[in-house]
Write a protein that binds this ligand. Sequence first.
Ligand SMILES: [Fe+2]
Length: 336
Amino acid sequence: MEHCQVNEDEAVAVVTDVKSNREHVAASFAAAQDIGAEVFEVQIPEYGRNSVGAEVSAGQGGSLRLPRGPVEACKSADMVFDFTLEGFIHVPERGEIRDAGTRILRVGAREPFVLRRLMPWEPEEARAVKEKVQAHRDLLESADEMRVTSEYGTDVTMEVSPETAFDSYGFVDEPGKWDVWGQNMVSNYPTNVNGTVVIAAGDYNVVPFSDYIDSSIECVVEDGFIEEINGDGGDAELMRGHMESYNDRDVFATSHFGWGLNENGTFYNMAIKDRKPDETGVSASEGRVWEGNMLWSTGPNTHQDRYTNCHYDIAQKNCSVYLDGEPVVLEGDLVE
Ligand SMILES: [Fe+2]
């Protein structure tokens, strides 16, 4: 809350579902009251309804819809903590709350010791993290073209959308900012995405599977849509079958592309602590933010009013990311 500049003149809303970690709620109340801020909790159903009225269950990667009352309650607060397991991320309500000037920090229900490791603790550390992430955002924002390659066969090129470039430094200290606890990364929702992305063995499917890939998957992307999912192993079959089950072409659209910047994250820690999305939610995940990863995704894109219920976040190792031909990540290592 100190990193987020919560003060005694503010109101803090805590948004939960029935599975949210009650220790986090209690800690939030205690911290807000220590600071002298108002604090209240809004509990919403863990199942929402999507834009076409179908029921959406948890674990879809941030597609939780908020009912009207809670939206108004959040807009009346200065700061919102999102402790729901699913998260309201790729939904119009998030935009509405941010437009009211309310800042939102997504936390989920990760274990406290996982959260502790990902977040900078001292104010100086927080400032350094913010500066580093914003420097990378500046690089991304000023580029026209982003290209990703890897030794496994990835070679995909896209047009950067500077107005969608975002810096995620893991806390929210400005009106209307949204972020995820400890999430250090930059990303954008590019256009004209063309090429091949090979998800290699050992890469990590952050959502919806919270699992490592065993057999490589080749995604052929044309004009921002995955047109082919190839691969001999079960992982390609699983991804193809799951995506096709939605009967929705938008599921195959590409969404955000970026790279991770959290030096406390590693690509292997999820094997121990991040395999239970139904219990811990789908955020504050190292799998999204370990330094030097290449994180890309599929499905929803609020910038294009595309709200589909299937969202893949895939974090890849050993990729190189080039902005207008200049590397920012080389074979999985940040270029200083
Ligand atoms: Fe995502």
